[in-house]
Design a protein around this ligand. Structure first.
Ligand SMILES: Cc1cc2nc3c(=O)[nH]c(=O)nc-3n(C[C@H](O)[C@H](O)[C@H](O)COP(=O)(O)OP(=O)(O)OC[C@H]3O[C@@H](n4cnc5c(N)ncnc54)[C@H](O)[C@@H]3O)c2cc1C
Length: 393
């Protein structure tokens, strides 16, 4: 039987980082992955340029049933540590917006960097592995694949979440957690577009492609970013962000003009251009196709501004500043960037990422109930939790 100090399951962001750190400590490390290549989500992330971290990353940017759990790892391996690694490898990068750092060239630069580090640290990688069984022994664990049984002292589960099943996502990590008595909190697709109710689809699908800056709010959380109308529903960064806070049946309240007070704007326009039509005035604030749709829906009636009463202007402003959508659902794991929920952090040590009941069984990355906002936070969690586990496994 092959003997390893550490077996890491999953050659994604968290698994590679953990294996590198464990290898640097002189541990004999093997990564097992079910895919043909490592870091498949890294490669396709950020539109192929990988939004690898966020300069403003802090624990407030993460969702978890225990919001304190992520603090230790995020402070011990911060965005600045990962940026220093990227700089060490001379990878060109830039800030796109809101502290989000992307590769100038390609996400492959990040994978190549991790593979170089892994090679230097003596990490071995076995791809296309179908793990059939994991069992616990006195000395550690045995991991069985059809061809070989491998023993290890420490087992690290870094098999990610459920999003993009066609990229190799499986429920393996959640099932393994349950096998070893850890609690798995309910799973849900997040950072995902929402879909129309049939009636809204009939109205809004015609304006698919229209995008505008908004603020969106659900369950008391608010994000100011862009929103995109699609054939299926609403998308864009604002909607992806709020999807993590939205629950089926909830409303999403959209401020279609967050920068400009519509009441004040229309009142001023009425004074300066009384003959101007409402449609023309609103088109100075909102995309023309959206304004036309609002007229079609008779949410507003086109007429010269001089004909509008103060009360009517106020009503128009109110409805556009807090337009309510009631999504039918989300597009699910097919397009979601992450899985919300996962291995209950109450069952893990925040210092080591080891299971409290099995101190040589570790869970890191997306399989854990820590989910970041859109904007490089999820990779930062993968790097940080992987780095921490790599110090102890
Ligand atoms: C389209 C897309 C774009 C994204 N863009 C960004 C971005 O720009 N910035 C950001 O911060 N986050 C982004 N994310 C989220 C980010 O990719 C994940 O949060 C991150 O990859 C999680 O890292 P991980 O190592 O935990 O899991 P993963 O990277 O998913 O790695 C898990 C690995 O385990 C393997 N595996 C699964 N099951 C098994 C099994 N049974 N046996 C063996 N191996 C298994 C998988 O094949 C995979 O290689 C994006 C996600 C998607 C889907």
């Amino acid at each position: 039987m092959q003997q390893w100090d550490v077996i890491v399951i999953g050659a994604g962001a968290a698994g590679l980082m953990c294996a590198i750190e464990a290898g640097k400590r002189g541990r004999k490390v093997l990564i097992l992955d079910n895919g043909k290549r490592v870091g498949r989500k890294i490669i396709m992330s950020g539109g192929g340029r990988c939004n690898f971290t966020n300069m403003y990353s802090s624990p407030e940017n993460f969702l978890s049933h225990n919001k304190h759990f992520c603090k230790s790892a995020l402070s011990r391996y911060s965005q600045w540590d990962f940026i220093a690694l990227v700089q060490k490898h001379n990878i060109a990068y830039h800030e796109k917006t809101l502290g989000q750092l992307f590769c100038d060239n390609s996400a492959k630069d990040i994978v190549d960097m991790l593979l170089t580090e892994a090679k230097t640290a003596g990490v071995q990688i076995a791809l296309q592995q179908q793990i059939q069984q994991v069992s616990k022994t006195e000395a550690g664990f045995i991991v069985d694949t059809p061809d070989v049984s491998r023993a290890c002292h420490s087992l690290v589960v870094a098999s990610g979440g459920l999003s993009l099943p066609n990229l190799g996502a499986t429920a393996f990590g959640f099932q393994l957690a349950e096998q070893f008595g850890l609690n798995v909190l309910p799973l849900r697709a997040a950072l995902v577009p929402v879909t129309w109710q049939p009636a809204d689809k009939a109205v809004f699908e015609e304006i698919s492609g229209v995008s505008l800056p908004v603020t969106v709010e659900a369950n008391g959380t608010l994000f100011p970013e862009d929103m995109l109308f699609t054939h299926r529903g609403l998308s864009g960064p604002a909607i992806l962000q709020i999807s993590s806070y939205w629950q089926p049946g909830d409303d999403i309240t959209v401020n279609l003009s967050p920068e400009t007070d519509i009441n004040e704007f229309l009142t001023n326009q009425q004074q300066s251009h009384p003959e101007q039509e409402l449609k023309t005035a609103l088109s100075k604030l909102l995309p023309k196709r959206l304004v036309e749709k609002l007229l079609d829906m008779q949410l507003v009636t086109n007429q010269p501004l001089k004909a509008l009463h103060n009360k009517t202007i106020q009503n128009i402003a109110n409805s556009l500043h807090s337009y309510i959508f009631k999504p039918n659902g989300t597009e699910g794991y097919r397009t979601a960037e992450v899985t919300l929920g996962g291995v209950n952090t109450n069952d893990l040590s925040s210092k080591t990422m080891a299971a409290k009941q099995h101190d040589n069984l570790f869970f890191i990355g997306e399989v854990v109930d820590v989910t970041g906002w859109l904007g490089g936070y999820n990779f930062q969690w993968a790097w940080a939790s992987g780095w921490v586990a790599g110090q102890y496994c």
